[in-house]
Design a binder for this molecule. Structure first.
Ligand code: SAM
Ligand code: SF4
Length: 336
């Protein structure tokens, strides 16, 4: 296996280079989406194992200044639960070169914080919303909080955190038939809807291929009410295949992680809230940067460890392989 050079970025052994860093700021959450975690929640990380704000910023700085990271997305768990979020965003944005900084959130509390986050330099938000029907929202998230999410979305738009993207997962027999209604609503509001295939990353290990609503089904559902044509803009490493809706300019995206994997173009790397580098959502190994941080490693030593961690990135997620094993950590603890 080639040993990465001291000045290289985050290249892996298949020639892909990671420039997009997903940072989980907490594994805790105030919703309980049933495709993500059980009703009773999970055993959350102990505080002492969670990176401090300074530790997060140091790792992000090494990523940006020494390793070629150009986009930073904060996620979780629910990143708005992290008290120091605005400060972390501000310090990230102040790095040189200043990265694109975004947030993936369920939007609970965003109504209160959107302007502060925008003032701190946040560029964009992706809000997860699977339905605009209150009963369905309650059924999926196990919380009656649709109203707060809608207020959060409106605040994001007013604060200029645009384009606001809405990420939705469809569940068979629950919200799948309502996908066209969700798209209509997003078009009206000026939000970009992206529908994501459900992945085997739930804490309960309840995912099944048969239960998943596939990209093919998503297209059929949307095409029952809209005309979709491929967006001529190049997809690049973006996971969403985008389509013009009724001739455009509005678009809708479909992220077919399972049935049309885009691993060959992957430019991502992940950092968990407890300081572990994961070179893939589905990775089975992690590299412990927290230990390095807390044992006085230099920036150069941490950067070397991080580069080395990329070398075991596999060519694909392998969900369809006989030998596929779901990662031990669920999506909420990895950072979605
Ligand atoms: N709590 C934040 C939120 O919901 O946006 C951030 C973390 S959440 C894990 C990030 C994204 O992962 C959400 O859009 C959610 O819908 C998605 N997600 C969670 N479990 C998933 C699964 N099993 N398959 C596909 N997407 C999933
Ligand atoms: Fe929480 Fe996001 Fe998981 Fe829903 S998808 S339970 S909001 S972490």
């Amino acid at each position: 296996m080639p040993i990465p050079g001291p000045t290289s970025g985050l290249a892996d052994s298949y020639g892909r280079v990671a420039t997009d860093l997903r940072v989980s700021l907490t594994d805790r959450c105030n919703l309980r989406c049933n495709y993500c975690m059980p009703a009773e929640g999970l055993d959350w990380l102990p505080t002492e194992e969670t990176l401090t704000d300074d530790e997060v910023v140091r790792l992000v700085r090494i990523g940006v200044e020494d390793l070629g990271i150009r986009e930073v997305r904060f996620t979780g768990g629910e990143p708005l639960l992290r008290r120091g979020l605005a400060g972390i965003v501000e310090r990230t944005k102040a790095l040189s070169p200043s990265p694109e900084v975004s947030l993936t959130t369920n939007a609970l509390g965003l109504a209160r914080t959107a302007q502060t986050l925008a003032d701190a330099g946040l560029d964009r938000v992706n809000v997860s919303l699977d339905t605009i029907d209150r009963e369905q929202f309650h059924e999926i998230t196990r919380r009656d909080r649709l109203h707060d999410v809608l207020e959060g979305l409106a605040a994001a738009k007013s604060a200029g955190l645009t384009p606001v993207k809405v990420n939705a997962v469809l569940l068979r027999g629950v919200n799948d038939r309502h996908a066209p209604e969700l798209l209509s609503w997003c078009l009206e509001q000026g939000f970009q809807l992206r529908i994501i295939e459900q992945m085997p990353l739930d804490a309960q290990h309840g995912w099944s291929r048969e239960g998943m609503v596939t990209a093919e089904e998503i297209f059929a559902l949307l095409e029952s009410e809209f005309e979709l044509t491929p967006d001529p803009e190049h997809r690049g490493s973006a996971p969403a295949e985008t389509f013009l809706v009724d001739g455009g300019p509005a678009t809708v995206g479909v992220i077919a992680s399972v049935t049309r994997p885009f691993c060959g173009d992957c430019d991502r790397v992940r950092l968990t809230a407890d300081g572990q580098v994961r070179n893939c959502l589905f990775a089975r190994e992690e590299s412990d940067l927290r230990r390095a941080l807390r044992s006085d490693a230099t920036d150069a030593e941490i950067a070397d460890q991080w580069r080395l961690a990329m070398m075991t990135k596999r060519p694909g997620h392998g969900i369809d392989d006989q030998t596929f094993l779901q990662p031990t950590r669920p999506m909420s603890a990895i950072g979605g």
